[in-house]
Design a protein around this ligand. Sequence first.
Ligand code: ZN
Length: 153
Amino acid sequence: MRTILIMLLLAACGPMTPYDRGIEVTDAIGVLNQSKALFSAQIAVEDHYGVRLGDMHTDAVVYWTDTKCPKNGQYAVIYRGTCVYGRMWSLDEIYVALSNKDPERTCGSALIHEFGHAMYMEMFDRDGNAAHDDDEFWDVLVAPMQLACDRGW
Ligand SMILES: [Zn+2]
């Protein structure tokens, strides 16, 4: 009986699958330069704050969705009927819609933004506060987003 209880608790705490979340993703989709974009974002944050975030850019589990929002036909992460560009619950669960500018690239996607949330949580707030109001932090991510577009990532 004790074993069963522990297993249930572990299941409740562990990362959920897209299916558990009610999000449709296609496993076959990968965006070629995802790792370069994540790496550039991590370096920008590390340099700005003088921290080391380890392997976050390689440990991130990103699910790209190829679903389109029924309202406007744009790529979107559809979560409980709401269309958004990205959502994240943890480093293990980052959901990003394909870029409406170019589905094969990270440019114009929510990838760096959502990864930003994961880095922010790692550095400042493990409770998962979205912290969109921390302008200093979000300003740091502007350059890597631009870099992804300039380099055709
Ligand atoms: Zn956000």
